[in-house]
Design a protein around this ligand. Structure first.
Ligand code: PGA
Length: 250
């Protein structure tokens, strides 16, 4: 049985005050009895505060991005070791907003995944097709390309802590969720592909999250699908009560 992993991607939301209040509320709701693994991904400026607040909690935390170089003249960037120094365990890589707004290519994302695993950071690797690509009937092709290039040159051992998040771009922040069937179909495809690229054993253990307008109303059914092992939540993770409801639906 794969564990369900619920991650909250805060995106560019919450200053320090917002971080303290949201994490404090989440801590009250997430206890030893919680069945899911819970991760929060605040902005860089809140990571150190998250580390302090989460010391005595089972909630884990990660960053939303990083650069692949160790250090140097890369104005505005954050390195893997900087994330490690504030206690980050996870890092979201390849989010569609990084790909579309900030021009990240599959090759850049591949370098980032390599750098993350080298530093012991667990990647939450996002993939997904746009509406145009879905309508053209090339969803599988796009997901396959993103996974092949994204994981190129990485071994099973290096990827042992990998999480893949399938996030159809047309469902992110739009209120439009993929149907249970649409999501399950792509998740099963991803697991099959990973089984071919790495191994069946690896693919069976791999956590594949769904992301794109996950909310308390649709989480339970999505999470009940055979190949959906968790959720990467944007909008609905910014309020403790809705994020906790999603966690409870596990
Ligand atoms: P959303 O975002 O839940 O607001 O659609 C998900 C994400 O971008 O990870």
């Amino acid at each position: 049985m794969r564990k369900k992993v619920i991650a909250g991607n805060w995106k560019m939301n919450n200053d320090l005050n917002g971080t303290v209040s949201l994490i404090s509320e989440l801590k009250k709701g997430v206890t030893e009895l919680t069945k899911a693994e819970v991760i929060v991904c605040p902005p860089f400026t809140s990571l150190e505060t998250a580390q302090t607040l989460l010391k005595d909690s089972i909630i884990k935390f990660g960053a939303q991005n990083m650069y692949f170089e160790e250090s140097g003249a890369f104005t505005g960037e954050i390195s893997p070791s900087m994330l490690k120094s504030v206690g980050c365990e996870y890092v979201v890589l390849g989010h569609s907003e990084r790909r579309t707004i900030f021009g990240e290519t599959d090759q850049i994302i591949n370098k980032k995944i390599k750098a993350a695993v080298k530093h012991g950071l667990k990647p939450i690797f996002c993939i997904g097709e746009t509406l145009e690509e879905r309508e053209k009937g090339i969803t599988f092709e796009i997901c396959e390309r993103q996974i092949r290039f994204g994981l190129e040159g990485l071994t099973e051992a290096e990827l042992s802590d990998l999480i893949i998040a399938y996030e159809p771009v047309w469902a992110i922040g739009t209120g439009k969720t993929a149907t249970n069937e649409q999501a399950q179909e792509v998740h099963a495809f991803i697991r099959g592909l990973v089984s071919k690229l790495l191994s069946e054993t690896f693919a069976q253990k791999l956590v594949i999250q769904y992301g794109g307008s996950v909310k308390p109303e649709n989480a339970k059914e999505l999470l009940a699908q055979t190949d959906i092992d968790g959720a990467l939540v944007g909008g609905a993770c910014l309020k403790a009560d809705s994020f906790l409801k999603i966690i409870e639906s596990v």
